[in-house]
Structures are given as C-alpha cells and as structure tokens.
Design a protein around this ligand. Structure first.
Ligand SMILES: Nc1nc2c(ncn2[C@@H]2O[C@H](COP(=O)(O)OP(=O)(O)OP(=O)(O)O)[C@@H](O)[C@H]2O)c(=O)[nH]1
Ligand SMILES: O=C([O-])CC(=O)C(=O)O
Ligand SMILES: [Mn+2]
Length: 635
C-alpha cells in the first residue's frame, strides 16, 4: 500500500472522530485500506450502530453467529443433516420487491428508456439523486441503533481473477452475513486485492433500530413499509433498506452482480447476465459449454444441475444464476460464475427432478421459509414421495400440518442456500480465473402455449431480437401474482442497471472482429397439452435438447429445418429413443399462425411502449423480417 505516514495519521483521525465511541468487537481496523476505513467510518456516523464487527470469513466467525442465531430462535438446527439450519422470515418479507427497487443516476435516460407517453415503464425504475437523498435521509440516519454492524469484505468471482470484482457490504443482519459467506467469497484477502482502489460499496440495513417500533415476527427484524433498494451505478454503490430477504439483502447477487455489474460491463466491454453456465460432455468425450438465461423460477438451477437421462452423457455445473462473460483476444467468449453458492427455489426440488441439488445441500446449508418434519428434516411441495407420508410437519408459518392437508407447507419462493463447491457435478474449472469458453447462448421462459421446445435463431442479431422478446408466466420470485404472461427481455427485466435500449446496442456491438459470437437458441420446457399437462417431460430429459444444440454448434449437417421463427430439429435427428412416454412431437413444435401474429405484434408494442426510440434499428429490422415470415405461413 502506498499510503504516506501523514495520510495514515490523517485518515486515522477522521475515522476515530467519526467512529466516536463505537467499539470494534472483532477485527483490527488499523490494517484496513484507507478507502475501506473512510467508507466504514462514514456509514457508522450515519447509521450509528452499537458496535462494529469486522468479518474475516473464518469458520469460527460462522460458528459464533450460528450459535447466537439458534439461541435467539432466528435459526433452527435441522439435526437430520450436518450443519444445516432452517430460517423462517417475517411472512411480510419473502421475495424481491421490484416496486421498491430503484436505479439512481443524474440523467434519467441513462437508466430508463424513452417511454411512449402515458405508459408506466417496467424496464427499471429511475429516481434522481436529489430525491433519493431525501428518501435515504428518512431511513438511514440512526437505522442501526442498538445493533451490530458487520463489515463483510467479499469477492464476486475467484479472489484475484481478472474477471472478478471486490466489494464491501455493511449489514446489521446476522442472517445476511451467514448467507453472504455461502454466496460470495468472504475473506480478509479481499483487502489485499483492494489496496488503494475503489470498490463497490454495499450498504444494507433491516431498518429496525432499537428500541424497535414494530413487532418482530419470528425473530426476523425488517421494515416492509419502508423497503427501498437503491442502486447508484455512477458511484458503484448500493443502499438497501428494510428487507432481509435474499434478493434484496445479499447485495453481491442481483444488486451488484447484475444491476451494478451490467453498467460496469457496458463501460468495460463485457456482459453481466442472468444466466447459468454448464458443460455437456458427449459419449465421445467432447465437452461444450453453454450459458442460458431464463427468468426467475424458470429452471436455471435445474438445468445447471441436470442429471442426463441419455446414456453416456455427462453434464457439469459452473453456475446456476449469474454469468460474467468477456471476449478474449483469441475471439472466444469466456465466462465465470461470480457467485460461490446456490440460492435455489426449494419447492419442486427432489431426488427425481434434481438429485444433484439435493446432494449439494445435505450439509452447511440454510433453508429459508420451508417446512420442518418431526424428525428434524426440511420439507416442501414436491417431496411427497421422499418422506414418511404420515410424519408430522410444521409449516413455514409454524402451523402443524400433514401431507394431504389443504394449504401449502412452504412458501412458493422458499429457498436453499448451499455452497457451490458441494455440488457433486461442480465443474473442476468452476473457479478457473480465466473462466470457461461459452459456445452457445440459450434464452427461454415459461410459455404454456405456442412456443416450440427449441429453436435456433438465424444470427447473432436475430438471437438478440428473440432475447429482447422473452416472455414468461409470472412466478413467485417477486411480488407479482397470478398466471399472467410477462415480458422479461433477456431474462433481465428486474435486473437492468441501465437503459435497456443501450443494453441491446451493447450486445449488438459485440459482433465485431475478432469476436466469435456464439449461436443463440430459445427453449421452452413448459408448453402444455389440451389437458394442461406438460408436453415435454423436462428435467433430466432436457439433455436431448442440449444434445441437439451442441451438435448444431459443432456444425453437424442436416439437423434442422427452417421455419418462420428459426431452425427447429428434424424429428429423425433428435434423440427421442428411450423416452418413458411417447411425446406429441407435432404439438410440441407446432407454430400456430394466429398465435405468432399476435405474439409478434405484442412484442412490437412492448418494445415501442417500453423502449421506444432507444431500440436499435437492427432489432426493428429483425422483428419486421420475422413478421413477414409468419404472415407467409399457411393458416
Ligand atoms: N415442468 C418443468 N418444470 C421445471 C423444469 N425445470 C425446472 N422446473 C421447475 O421450475 C421451478 C424453478 O426452477 P429453478 O431451476 O429453481 O429456476 P431458476 O431459474 O433457477 O430460478 P431463480 O433462482 O429464481 O432464478 C421449479 O419448481 C422447478 O421444479 C423442467 O424442465 N420442466
Ligand atoms: O434474487 C432472488 O431473490 C432469487 C433469484 O435468484 C431470482 O429472483 O432470480
Ligand atoms: Mn435468479
């Protein structure tokens, strides 16, 4: 570090003045880099915690916090497994709150596109720095009163990798500290990487200073009425208030790795995306990596941990939610998983659908808002065949319950938090500082009607247009409800850090020498038959779709046929052998003309209304060409 002695003394004085009488109950402040000290001191003076706890990522730290939280009742030990805990939140704090999530920038159109007059935008919410300051002033001063402030140094991506970024999170939530330790790399070494450089500043408070003004439920302090998740991309800062729920409080995840990182990525020429990363190894031994973007609760974790049903195939997981990708000098696109854990949807996960996830969270994991069995295990919808059917269960709301009774045992957005390294199929290179080479990009969503199982787009530009038109049935990952089909372009709608039109332009501009742009595909596991049953068995059988995709990537001839929306598989070139039940291929791949005419019109209106003049012309051209192809379809 290149601090002169004078500077050190000066910083120390500021810090001492600002910290005032706040005791440091763990860690040595003196060894922190200057900018870290200033940052901490500033927020101590605003939030006024009772004491400071400098985290180092050690095991003893985790043991201490877990002991405290189990004594207090925030965590319940699940003795059926090793070092696993159940957490029930306040039932008012269970999902991301998109309506209270803001991006703050000087210039509005840096953040949101030019909307058509009178429409309410859904591609991010903007607030001016002045107004946000007023909102912050109503919340943050004194908000940690009577609480401990944890200082968490963390790295997104392997510590020291050129693709990684470091940050510091301040929080008054023990639960957040425990989950951050799983989801990110928390370590004192982050300070060495940091040196005198800037870092992403993450400030989080549950927003309930002591003495509390609101009754705490389940020993879960929060302040739902005042939730506010503010992002300042220009300052590389995040201020989150009022919620302890993962997507709102584990700031390394959506807030940093997507919203702030997408802005950094634009500035530095790379991509921060809501994508899983995985590899497929064919019986020949050939390995191919793919990235896939599906909206929240649409199957990323399941695909990333796929257990192939086709003999001789193997898949390995690099990441299940976020990918940071960059073109290297040789033209290849390489990606890392910036996270170090999985924050996965629990309901629907079982040894049939996702055995690898089940094996991952048998130890050192936290389960949030799931149910508990009388023998000290977890339980959720989808586990009916994996526990004794008569066992007594306590629901996520603390009510006695048994399988077969009305109501649900677990919240639909209940989650497991588990270390990625424990996944039995984690890729040996998942922490490779240079990432893995990405040969295909796959978009998808939950589309009950009209959309075929898989198609390949005609070009990078067409693929981006298809990505911009991604839609999906609403899920429980945010506050939306019902079965409405929502636009979720590039699966990034809730996670955009800047103007979506500029984002599309950024993607389009990546198609330049020496970049070798991967092929882009679209998949849909969720098409329904006339009785409302899935037409495609999904899960492990999705290997058949991946198999077709990678053979296309490697240029195998005559695998597909062109139609109006892309290239679909030839039935005789698609592995259908050995499927347990016959499938209705014609329905699975049909392109109902009226459906697609409506769909294209709907997509066009969406882009006109929500992105307006910011939509690059190339995207309009792609849509127009697609409309023409669909119009030419036979009725
Ligand atoms: N029918 C069907 N359902 C699936 C398939 N894959 C996943 N699901 C279900 O979709 C839900 C969400 O799956 P996840 O894999 O957790 O989704 P995700 O995209 O990782 O979700 P986030 O963590 O919110 O980003 C679960 O209930 C799964 O059981 C599939 O191939 N077919
Ligand atoms: O961020 C969250 O709360 C969970 C998640 O992965 C998503 O919603 O995509
Ligand atoms: Mn996600």
């Amino acid at each position: 570090m290149s601090q002169s002695d004078d500077e050190v003394i000066e910083v120390h004085e500021i810090v001492v003045k600002r910290l005032g009488p706040v005791p440091i109950i763990k860690g040595d402040f003196h060894y922190l880099p200057k900018k870290a000290k200033k940052f901490i001191a500033k927020w101590v003076s605003i939030m006024k915690p009772r004491c400071l706890y400098l985290c180092d990522g050690s095991q003893s730290e985790a043991d201490e916090i877990i002991q405290k939280l189990t004594e207090r009742g925030t965590l319940t030990k699940l003795p059926k497994y090793e070092n696993c805990y159940l957490c029930r939140t306040d039932p008012a704090d269970v999902a991301r709150v998109e309506s209270k999530t803001w991006i703050v920038s000087q210039e509005m159109y840096d953040t949101v596109p030019h909307l058509k007059g009178g429409v309410k935008g859904i591609m991010g919410q903007w607030m001016s720095p002045q107004r946000m300051q007023e909102q912050m002033d109503l919340r943050f001063p004194g908000c940690m009163s009577g609480r401990t402030m944890f200082v968490i140094p963390f790295s997104m991506g392997p510590i020291g990798s050129p693709l990684s970024k470091v940050a510091i999170q301040l929080t008054d939530s023990n639960y957040v500290l425990l989950c951050m330790r799983i989801m990110t790399r928390v370590s004192h070494e982050v300070y060495d990487v940091l040196g005198d450089n800037d870092f992403v500043q993450c400030i989080h408070s549950v927003g309930l200073p002591r003495p509390v003004q609101r009754k705490t439920i389940n020993h879960w302090p929060c302040n739902p009425e005042k939730i506010m998740i503010a992002h300042f991309p220009e300052e590389r800062r995040i201020c989150s208030f009022g919620s302890g729920y993962g997507g709102n409080s584990l700031l390394g995840k959506k807030c940093f790795a997507l919203r702030i990182a997408s802005v950094i990525a634009r500035d530095e020429g790379w991509l921060a995306e809501h994508m899983l990363l995985m590899s497929i190894i064919e019986p020949s031994g050939r390995e191919t990596f793919v990235a896939a973007a599906f909206p929240s609760a649409c199957g990323k974790t399941n695909l990333a941990m796929l257990q192939p049903t086709l003999p001789g195939y193997k898949t390995l997981c690099v990441g299940d939610d976020i990918a940071w990708m960059r073109f290297f000098e040789d033209g290849s696109l390489r990606g890392i998983n910036p996270e170090s854990g999985f924050f996965g949807v629990a309901p629907g996960t079982n040894y049939e659908t996702n055995p690898n996830a089940m094996k991952t969270f048998q130890k050192n994991s936290i389960f949030t808002n799931v149910a508990e069995t009388a023998d000290g295990g977890y339980y959720w919808e989808g586990m009916e065949n994996e526990v004794d059917k008569t066992i007594a269960i306590t629901t996520w709301l603390g009510q006695p319950w048994r399988i077969g009774m009305p109501g649900k045992s677990s919240h639909p957005n209940s989650r497991f938090t588990a270390p990625a390294g424990q996944c039995p199929i984690i890729h040996p290179k998942w922490e490779d500082p240079n990432g893995v080479p990405v040969s295909a990009i796959i978009f998808g969503g939950r589309r009950p009607t009209g959309v075929p199982l898989v198609f390949e787009t005609f070009s990078w530009e067409h693929g981006i247009a298809v990505g911009a038109c991604v839609k999906s049935e609403a899920t429980a990952a945010a506050e939306h409800s019902g079965k409405q089909i929502m636009h979720d372009p590039m699966a990034m709608r809730p996670f955009m850090g800047y103007n979506f039109g500029h984002y599309l332009k950024h993607w389009l501009e990546l198609n330049r020498p020496p970049h070798k742009c991967p092929k882009i595909f679209h998949v849909n596991w969720f098409r329904l038959d006339d009785h409302g049953e899935f037409l495609w068995p999904g899960f492990g059988e999705n290997i058949r779709v991946l198999d077709w995709i990678i053979r296309r990537v490697h240029g195998e001839k005559d695998l597909g046929v062109e139609n109006a929306i892309g290239i679909v598989p030839r039935k005789d070139k698609f592995r259908l052998d050995g499927l347990k039940h016959p499938i209705d291929w014609d329905h699975l791949f049909s392109l109902p003309k009226n459906y697609w005419l409506d769909d294209t019109t709907d997509s066009r209106h969406f882009l006109e209304d929500m992105v307006g003049n910011d939509v690059p012309q190339v995207i309009w051209d792609e849509l127009a060409a697609q409309e023409k192809r669909i119009t030419a379809l036979k009725d």
